[in-house]
Design a protein around this ligand. Structure first.
Ligand code: DHB
Ligand code: FE
Length: 283
């Protein structure tokens, strides 16, 4: 049977992707950010899954105000890299796992989560920056398959934290009912505190971010009850991306506190706080 072995959480700041692509990772400004992922790249090589179920959000590249689906499951064979206005990132196309994705879609829909199914989905920095951080750069081919799950965190109404957490639980059930022996990781991306526009642009809240990390590890059920307004007030308008981390956390074994394999937090990265966790299942 397929099983979830670990979850990974990371910010997906587009400037981090630009720093990688322009070979600036060892510059004084960027080095402290990338140092936080050195452990992760080694861990990843030793713990390479067959498939990563990657929870991210599109930033008006695949979708726009003309179509605002809440949860979109990528069932394609391959996902092209989106051109976000300055050319595609120089990274390989993303390979999907249509059989597992379709199984998960069927299970979720039968369980009351009415997913949108995408057989075509250009993927933007929300998905590719976490992959570059964890897998490294200058790859000819990504080392495993990816099932993208897009969550609308851009245009209200966005789903509640509780709904995201419940979706994570249903994703676990779906993956665990797949008949083939596959090692699956689930990643939650976006955040941490950042606000890109208006009078509060540049807002960073280290204390709130770190409390979020503490609660995500120790009491995610309680954390999932946090209302949207608290994310926006405390972590800025784009801090709401953190609800995607609740999906990944909900897909872990909730009977046991996970092993905290790695924890990292750094400010600044462009106009954002960068947060990162690797949590492994404790059996
Ligand atoms: C920026 C964009 C993002 O999607 C994000 O999560 C953080 C920062 C940006 O444009 O700087
Ligand atoms: Fe984002």
């Amino acid at each position: 049977m397929a099983k979830i072995t670990a979850s990974v959480y990371t910010s997906h700041v587009p400037a981090v992707g630009a720093a990688i692509d322009n070979k600036l990772t060892q510059d004084a400004y960027w080095k402290p950010v990338f140092d936080g992922y050195e452990f992760s790249k080694d861990w990843m090589k030793e713990n390479m899954p067959d498939v990563v179920f990657l929870v991210y959000n599109d930033h008006a590249n695949a979708f726009s105000l003309s179509l605002i689906p809440t949860f979109v499951l990528g069932t394609a064979d391959t996902f092209e890299i989106a051109d976000e206005g300055w050319g595609k990132r120089p990274v390989p196309e993303v390979e999907g796992h249509p059989e597992l994705a379709y199984h998960i879609g069927t299970s979720l829909i039968n369980n009351g989560f009415d997913m949108t199914i995408a057989n075509e989905l250009p993927v933007d920095h929300g998905l590719t920056v976490p992959m570059s951080l964890m897998f490294g750069d200058e790859l000819e081919k990504w080392p495993c398959k990816i099932i993208p799950l897009h969550v609308n965190v851009v245009q209200y109404p966005t789903p509640s934290g509780e709904r995201c957490f419940a979706l994570g639980k249903a994703i676990r059930e779906a993956i665990e009912s797949y008949g083939e022996d596959l090692n699956v990781q689930i990643w939650g991306t976006g955040g941490m505190s950042h606000q890109l526009q208006g009078p509060r642009a540049g807002l960073i809240n280290r204390e709130w971010d770190n409390q979020f990390l503490d609660k995500l590890i120790a009491d995610p059920e309680e954390l999932s009850k946090t209302p949207h307004i608290e994310y926006v007030r405390e972590a800025g308008s784009e801090g709401i991306e953190l609800i995607m981390w609740l999906i990944a956390r909900g897909a872990m074994n909730l009977e046991k506190t996970p092993e905290v394999t790695h924890r990292f937090y750094h400010v600044p990265a462009s106009n954002c706080a960068v947060g990162h966790l690797i949590l492994e299942e404790n059996s």
